[in-house]
Write a protein that binds this ligand. Structure first.
Ligand SMILES: O=C(O)C1=C[C@@H](OP(=O)(O)O)[C@@H](O)[C@H](O)C1
Ligand SMILES: C=C(OP(=O)(O)O)C(=O)O
Length: 436
């Protein structure tokens, strides 16, 4: 492994000096951890959650649920949640977590008083309007403290929700639908959610919400297009194990294509609603081979990466990683179906275009995506924009391009606090002396 020198606030992304031969243990899924936490806090008895992701997004969720009246005890990655009556008169800090800011306002509507939500400066530009206007349709008073439709705001809980039917335009984020569904069973009349927008991103994440609800004994009808009906009823306390985060596995698996060699991820589920399940197929199209032996996913690459034309509307959170890989390809890549990434942790289409261009590639935004045209790349500072996936994208480029220095790599703590350690460990597993 070689490293580049850089200013102290920059992380010199290590370059690979040979093919990889590494096994990477990936912690629990952010999306599953935060869904299980919400349902456990709304449950009819305590839950034991095993293999929970311990990261900024899940700690924020735990802290918020404690404020709202649940007991959340952490013991490494095994957490116990004891539900309690939902309490108002509290503040919820969302950080930059979409799952906290979109999943908890419906919970707050059950509280016996006001719940004020705020977050990081970048959180204040993430779209919030549709989930809160759905609550208003249900008779909940929402008070905006800044620009309507954005953090900060207060949800004035009145001790319960009757429920009924709501229309929500979820084209900006699937999390609007998921947030409403997660609380639906606690509405006295249940909840019917109808999506009204032209497009709906991240369908696997909505399927994930439906699946975790059903596993907790909640009756959900998703048979009509773009409509979900959650029946009222108890949410069962459970003992569950969280799957590894397959989207967080993606940069490591991509590394096998960039450096050549093999990366294995144990604990890969044979079936899952995580959109990261698409990664092996995408990497095969981009020049790798992938196989699942038992629960170990193995990806092998040659160092040659091919461009692709890819619709990522189902798996937008993979886009920064795939765009970084595309910058190292032997032909252009077109990513489509991801206009809503402009409302993610940062405007990811703008951020990716800027950073890929800064290192010498060419990336242009389209109406709903990005066209990446590889070029000879040179090292430069790679900005993260407080976005964990931008930081890991920079690390991936740095594997091939000496002199890439990732700004604020600590932002990876949003979902993967030990990213730097895991990345170094992966590289330390590379075969010494093998040609680059
Ligand atoms: O429900 C979830 O856990 C998520 C849904 C998706 O959000 P969008 O539909 O806003 O992309 C995804 O990108 C995000 O990382 C996690
Ligand atoms: C979009 C993402 O996160 P969030 O849950 O904050 O929306 C992401 O992790 O890529």
């Amino acid at each position: 492994m070689t490293t580049t020198s850089a200013a102290p606030h920059l992380w010199a992304a290590p370059s690979a000096t040979g093919p990889l031969d590494a096994t990477v243990e990936v912690p629990g899924s952010k999306s599953l951890s935060n869904r299980y936490l919400v349902l456990a806090a709304l449950g009819d008895s305590p839950s034991r959650l095993r293999g929970v992701l311990a990261s900024r997004d899940t700690q924020l969720m735990a802290a918020a649920l404690r404020s709202l009246g649940a007991r959340v005890e952490e013991d490494g990655s095994d957490w116990t949640v004891t539900p309690g009556p939902v309490r108002g008169g509290v503040d919820v800090a969302c950080g930059l977590a979409g799952t906290v800011m979109r999943f908890l306002p419906p919970v707050a509507a059950l509280a016996d008083g006001p719940v004020r939500f705020d977050g990081d400066p970048q959180a204040r530009v993430r779209p919030m309007g549709p989930v809160l206007s759905a609550l208003e349709q249900l008779g909940v008073r929402v008070e905006w403290h800044g620009e309507p439709g954005f953090l900060p705001f207060t949800v004035h809980g009145r001790g319960g929700l009757a429920g009924g039917s709501v229309d929500v335009d979820s084209s900006g984020s699937s999390q609007f639908v998921s947030g409403l569904l997660l609380t639906g069973a606690r509405c006295t009349d249940g909840l019917t959610v109808r999506h009204t927008g032209a497009t709906l991103p991240s369908l696997p994440h909505i399927a994930m919400t439906v699946e975790v609800l059903r596993a907790a004994g909640v009756v959900v009808d998703d048979s009509a297009p773009a409509t979900w009906r959650v029946e009222p009823g108890a949410i069962a306390g459970r003992d569950v194990r969280v799957e590894p985060d397959l989207s967080n596995a993606a940069p490591f698996l991509c590394a096998a294509l960039v450096a050549g060699g093999t990366v294995r991820v144990p604990g890969w589920p044979s079936s899952t609603t995580q959109p990261g399940a698409l990664v092996p197929g995408i990497l095969e199209r981009m020049g790798g081979t992938a196989s699942l032996d038992g629960d170990v996913l193995t990806v092998t690459g040659t160092g040659t990466v091919h461009g692709v034309d890819l619709d990522l509307h189902a798996a937008g959170e993979l886009a920064p990683t795939i765009a970084a890989l595309a910058a190292l390809a032997d032909s252009p890549t077109r990513l489509r179906g991801i206009a809503h990434l402009r409302g993610h942790e940062t405007d990811r289409l703008a951020a990716l275009a800027a950073e890929i261009t800064r290192v010498g590639g060419h990336a242009e935004q389209t109406e709903d995506g990005l066209v990446v045209t590889p070029g000879p790349l040179t090292g430069a500072a790679w900005r993260s924009y407080a976005d964990h996936r931008m930081a890991t994208a920079g690390a991936l480029v740095g594997l091939r391009v000496p002199g890439v220095a990732v700004e604020d790599v600590a932002t990876t703590s949003k979902t993967l606090p030990d990213f730097v350690g895991m990345w170094s460990h992966m590289l330390a597993g590379s075969r010494a002396g093998a040609p680059a």
